[in-house]
Design a protein around this ligand. Structure first.
Ligand code: GRG
Length: 293
């Protein structure tokens, strides 16, 4: 059953990422505690899971992608800490717990986010690999392009600038291609780069993660309106409160639900060339259409 398979991947990803965050008693302990707090707070660990499943599909040892899977989760966690800050979304609940700045204060939350981003760089550049180091450098490049101003940060900028305005669907699609999509795409592209796959395989994996990212975001928009705070572990209704355009506000519930299924099918179809090896990623895409958090 896919739920059990996913939970086994999540467990391995969490064990690996937690190794980078031991409890420490240094003079600057506060920032380390603050980083640890948000990494330990849970979350679906979706990006590491996609990366690990992709590696398996490509016959690449999980060990080779693990530093990248951990780094991706660190970057994602930093983005959530910063996104929750009073100067951004000003949220007080995340992953079912008080947001980082509510516990550690705003200055420490900024520094914890910065610390996590740097820890990600340290992690991928300091690990040992059994693939060619040119591939590792290219993979590092993909990771930081995806999280930088031409990726996730750019999407966040467009998102902030669109608040209070009704934007075109194409603008919304571009926000999410960057803000949510860039890291999800990196989860697929990085194993491809490490393995050195051919262009046809890279195209298949890229299309899978792009479509999965769109379906994931539309579901996120639906859950913000129709989910509950208990299920989500964060406050619902935040998009409407911030006057953000979403798939639901632009297209309505029914069309949004249709699009989730359309992009999920497209994602799955993109992996046809991998045959039976694509089984877990196929089941994952289907499983995500039913997620409630
Ligand atoms: C502050 C640089 C910077 C970027 C913030 C990721 C992001 C960009 C903001 C998060 C806000 C948000 C609701 C984004 C839409 C979808 C998304 C990325 C949700 C959170 O990811 P999940 O659902 O979270 O994978 P968990 O907690 O499960 O890891």
């Amino acid at each position: 059953m896919i739920k059990t398979i996913v939970s086994e991947y999540v467990k391995r990803a969490e064990d690996a990422v937690l190794e980078y965050f031991p409890e420490e008693n240094k003079y600057y302990k506060t920032v380390l505690d603050s980083m640890r707090y948000s990494v330990l707070a849970g979350g679906k660990r979706l990006r590491p899971v996609i990366m690990m499943m992709c590696a398996k599909m490509l016959d690449l040892s999980e060990k080779e992608v693990m530093p990248f899977a951990c780094a991706l989760e660190m970057i994602h966690t930093y983005s959530l800490i910063h996104d929750d800050l009073p100067s951004m979304d000003n949220d007080d609940l995340r992953r079912g717990k008080p947001t980082n700045h509510k516990v550690f204060g705003e200055a420490m939350a900024i520094l914890a986010g910065d610390g996590l981003l740097n820890k990600a760089a340290e992690t991928v550049s300091g690990a040992k690999y059994n693939v060619p180091y040119e591939n590792v450098i290219l993979a590092i490049n993909e990771l930081f392009k995806a999280s930088g101003a031409d990726g996730m940060i750019g999407g966040q900028v467009m998102d902030i600038e669109s608040e209070g305005k009704k934007v075109e669907l194409s603008y919304l699609q571009n926000i999410h291609r960057l803000k949510t999509g860039a890291l999800l795409k990196a989860a697929g592209v990085i194993p491809c780069v490490l393995k050195g796959v051919d262009l046809e395989m890279l195209k298949g994996v890229t299309e899978y993660t792009e479509n999965l990212g769109i379906a994931f975001q539309i579901t996120d928009d639906l859950l913000d309106v129709f989910g509950t705070t208990e299920e989500l572990g964060k406050n619902t209704g935040s998009d409407e409160k911030a006057e953000k355009s979403t798939y639901v506000s632009l297209l309505g519930k029914e069309k949004s639900e249709e699009l989730v299924l359309y992009h999920t099918k497209k994602a799955i179809d993109s992996l046809k060339i991998f045959g039976e090896k694509a089984r877990e990623l196929t089941l994952l895409a289907e499983y995500l259409t039913e997620r409630r958090n």
